[in-house]
Write a protein that binds this ligand. Sequence first.
Ligand code: SDX
Length: 393
Amino acid sequence: KSGYFTLDPGFSSTGACMSTMTYIDGDKGELLYRGYPIEILAKYSSYIEVCYLFIYGHLPSQKELQLFEETMVSEMMINEKLIEFYKGFASDSHPMAIMVGVVGALSAFMHKDFDVNDPRDREYIAIKLVAKMPTLAAYAYRTALGLPIVYPSKKYSFIENFLYMMFSTPMNDFNVDKVIVKALDTIFMLHADHEQNASTSTVRIAGSSLANPFACIAAGITALWGPYHGGANEAVLNMLKEIGNKENIPKYLQKAKSKDNSFRLMGFGHRVYKNYDPRAKVMQEMCYNVLEKTKRANDILELAIQLEQTALKEDYFIQRKLYPNVDFYTGIVYEALSIPTSMFTVMFAVQRSIGWICQWMEMMSEKVQRISRPRQLYVGEDQREYIPIQNRK
Ligand code: SDX
């Protein structure tokens, strides 16, 4: 037991835990949140209802949902002293760097009034975190642009508040556009949880030492930032702009097939999905109605679809079962909603916060608490003699 282990770099064939939250069938391209297919939730549910489902394990009644959303909205305010943090960042800081900093700082404001071993306190932690993430994200955007911050308002729903804090200014009235709110709400739902992806596993590993849960979420944000994970949505839009037009697609596909791994088709491929990512399908359909609603040219969408269709005819992609993933289309919708590219991964972090904190709750509710501590295969030097420095040449 003590000396034997399987070497599994990247954990491709390692199950780290048991969970009741999210089921993925990578071969079929299926995704269910607590048993409900993502396509059904995307059509009939809402992000706030999915948050309730993950925290409490069942869908709420009308009354329960209304009360839950009121609680979440009332928790969107952040400590005024936290706002000082935003003044300290370099003016060209990437918003993900700001989010790592300010979410980690939440642990300096929320540490003594809860006990991580008390289920009721864990619920309170989940609500506090998920409610504050949209505010922290909106403030990262506003302060970067030198705009005044806007406080959340009970006049608006949870998602409306995010748009209100992002885009309203003292100069103009804020109009709630139901089509935009529904599109954003759907994108939030699609990103809510995804079993043991790199950032969720990071949150679980950090939490396994019983560290402050808000600091564990900051660790998850760090893992999400990379272009192989949540950072892909920003990388996709930069890649599409670099490709520019469909004549350049063959050249970029050639680069993507190069052995040296120097260039990958961003938004393509997935460790688990060896079929089309069901979330990408919902996103592609949504692109059309958002672009039409915002009267944005859809040339970048047409280029993305052309790229997808051309790649999926190539043996290289077919043999490796490389399909578009959730990140392939999100950026196109965000850009149509006037969300800047540098904020795309911040959007993902806000949306995934419910998954991270509920996976942390699930781990903390286990009877036996074990720290996550994998082994390694040592391939370094054999034991050797230490030569005192005065005797070295
Ligand atoms: C997310 O895990 C999750 O659930 C994540 C996520 C979530 O909701 O949390 O779904 C969100 O992060 C989606 C993924 C976003 N990332 C990207 O789009 C970046 C581009 N994709 C790749 O880097 C890659 O596909 C990964 C990182 C997503 C998955 O990597 P794997 O499973 O480790 O695959 P691999 O590196 O072992 O690749 C297998 C083969 C290799 O070629 P060979 O060595 O067999 O010749 O496929 C190739 C790779 O070179 N390959 C690609 C490719 N992805 C894999 N080649 C070109 N372009 C790509 N995108």
